[in-house]
Design a protein around this ligand. Structure first.
Ligand SMILES: Cc1cc2nc3c(=O)[nH]c(=O)nc-3n(C[C@H](O)[C@H](O)[C@H](O)COP(=O)(O)O)c2cc1C
Length: 212
């Protein structure tokens, strides 16, 4: 029987012990991340590793402020409160010993370029890009990272929520790679004792269709 324990053992961890993660461990997880498949093997990812607790916590403050600012658009106090209710999920990397910023670049699709130059209708072009191949490659790399971390005894959380503050975050961390955009973040560290279990999954019958 195949041993799939690392898949079932992974869960999102949002509270970490005050313990450093050795650089060689981080590199091992990043190597696993880059073993992921990517569209036409373009490996359209770049990882920025943050280990400075002050920077990480300042980033959480920036996300809170950005979220509050967006929340001002809500027309009622009730809606504003609902908007703000997710903030602890968007800032759950606060106090993490490591945060990996995952950048992605555009997937260069040959046929898209050719069809665009030949004035193909927009609806055809939209269908070509709708699988969001670049984002899917990033997701595959992040999952590989999470699984490697789990197997190595670390806790992680995959996050896209905080990225709405990407412009301010980039100013803080001073990272700018032309053509690359912040796609997601991963918090990493040794999990606190007794962090909540992963939530149950939908039953397979609900999410799987066999067509014979
Ligand atoms: C694309 C993506 C974005 C996510 N963004 C966040 C986030 O911003 N904050 C957070 O706390 N969790 C985030 N999560 C984690 C999910 O909440 C979590 O995976 C889900 O609740 C299932 O729990 P589990 O990971 O423990 O199995 C994200 C997960 C994915 C795949």
């Amino acid at each position: 029987m195949a041993n799939l324990d690392l898949i079932y053992n992974r869960k999102s961890v949002r509270k970490f012990k005050d313990e450093e993660v050795p650089k060689e461990d981080i590199l091992k997880m990043l190597e696993a991340a880059t073993e992921a498949p990517s569209p036409k093997h373009q490996q359209n990812w770049h990882f920025v590793v943050l280990t400075n607790r002050e920077v990480i916590n300042e980033m959480a403050d920036i996300v809170t402020k950005s979220h509050e600012k967006i929340g001002e658009l809500a027309k009622t106090e009730k809606d504003r409160k609902i908007h703000m209710s997710v903030i602890k999920y968007y800032t759950c990397f606060k106090n993490a010993p490591v945060v990996i910023m995952v950048y992605g670049s555009e997937y260069k699709m040959i046929e898209y370029k050719i069809l665009k130059e030949n004035n193909a209708p927009q609806e055809v072009l939209d269908v070509l890009v709708s699988p969001q191949s670049a984002a899917q490659g990033i997701g595959a790399a992040v999952e590989n990272f999470l699984l490697a971390a789990t197997e190595m005894g670390y806790g992680t959380c995959y996050m896209t929520g905080p990225t709405h503050a990407k412009t301010e975050i980039e100013k803080l961390i001073g990272f700018d790679k032309p053509g690359f955009e912040l796609m997601s973040m991963i918090s990493l560290g040794v999990a606190e004792e007794n962090t909540p279990p992963k939530p149950p999954r939908k039953p397979l019958e609900e999410v799987v269709t066999f067509i014979d």
